[in-house]
Design a protein around this ligand. Structure first.
Ligand SMILES: C[S@@+](CC[C@H](N)C(=O)[O-])C[C@H]1O[C@@H](n2cnc3c(N)ncnc32)[C@H](O)[C@@H]1O
Length: 217
């Protein structure tokens, strides 16, 4: 396991990925990165649709400096974990939250190398899974997901849609329809809801995302 809640530097399975994301967060303000949303409407709506209560546990995989955590705290969720490969992203988010950041479990880890040591009711990922372009890395991700998800737990993954960009932030990405994503995730996860988003980047471009909610069988 190469996970850190800080204190020592974790050994990263993909140091080039870590450098890439650390540099992006070091270069730009959290509101200037092209995936920034001030109100993560679709994520909040799908989390609401799971029907879980505020005592349920949620992990935001590749949460970065996303404001999802702010909204979840405001909504009263009490067991929130934010995982990201980039320590700089986590620090940006902690700075924004101030004292509230102490209520969050922070994990600095590559998701393809994450051994959770606990389980969650909800696994949320916006714009991370689509960066995994190799079967091997998707298998590691799914291993972490299945180790981390409670039986009957739910998974929300947002990726670029089949008409979304084929590259983002200098990296190749996979594009998915809900059906294709379901096939990659495998039969243990049943698709129950999808939403489409036209994301407007800070530079004014449009990127189409597809959000899918799955229930563990
Ligand atoms: C496009 S950003 C999306 C951030 C956030 N989910 C949002 O919607 O605002 C991708 C995030 O995933 C993180 N990331 C990329 N690869 C990762 C990996 N293998 N493991 C964990 N985090 C990763 C990046 O540092 C970055 O914060």
């Amino acid at each position: 396991m190469h996970t850190s809640t800080f204190g020592h530097a974790p050994v990263c399975k993909h140091p080039a990925w870590k450098d890439h994301w650390e540099n992006l967060y070091a270069e730009k303000a959290p509101t200037g990165v092209n995936w920034h949303q001030s109100h993560p409407q679709h994520s909040l709506s799908l989390i609401g649709d799971t029907g879980i209560g505020t005592a349920a546990s949620i992990i935001d995989v590749g949460g970065g400096a996303s404001t999802l955590v702010d909204h979840l705290l405001q909504a009263g969720y009490r067991d929130i974990t934010v995982l990201d490969i980039a320590r700089t992203a986590i620090q940006r988010c902690q700075l924004r939250l101030g004292d509230l950041s102490q209520q969050i479990n922070w994990v600095e880890s590559d998701i393809t190398d994450y051994s959770p040591g606990r389980t969650f009711d909800i696994w949320h990922d916006r714009a991370v899974f689509h960066f995994l372009t190799l079967d091997r890395d998707r298998e590691f991700y799914l291993e972490a997901l299945h180790n981390a998800l409670k039986p009957g737990g739910q998974v929300i993954i947002a990726t670029f849609s089949d008409i979304g960009p084929s590259q983002c932030n200098g990296l190749d990405v996979m594009r998915y329809t809900p059906g294709a994503l379901g096939r990659v995730l495998g039969p243990r996860l049943r698709l129950v809801e999808t939403l489409t988003e036209e994301h407007r980047t800070p530079a004014g471009g449009l990127q189409q995302f597809v959000y899918c909610r799955f229930r563990h069988n």
